[in-house]
Design a protein around this ligand. Structure first.
Ligand code: SF4
Ligand code: SF4
Length: 62
């Protein structure tokens, strides 16, 4: 299982992580990325981590 966390101070609101996640785990809320979907579906693909230029997304396996 993977835990995805988004730092909403670092997030610049580009929306790319939300577009890339194949499971729609991330959506944009008031121009900030938020984990609103079923995070248990996360496969740890790292697409969201890699696309986030300011480095606002962290992924941890547990
Ligand atoms: S990719 Fe990073 S900066 Fe862009 S919306 Fe997602 S968390 Fe925010
Ligand atoms: S690591 Fe992949 S599956 Fe998990 S939240 Fe990010 S884009 Fe979605």
């Amino acid at each position: 299982m993977y835990a995805v966390t988004i730092d909403d101070v670092v997030c610049e609101g580009c929306g790319e992580c939300a577009q890339l996640c194949p499971f729609e785990i991330i959506t944009m809320v008031d121009d900030k990325a938020e984990i609103t979907g079923d995070s248990s579906l996360c496969t740890g693909c790292e697409s969201c981590v890699v696309v986030c230029e300011p480095g606002g997304i962290a992924l941890q396996e547990y």
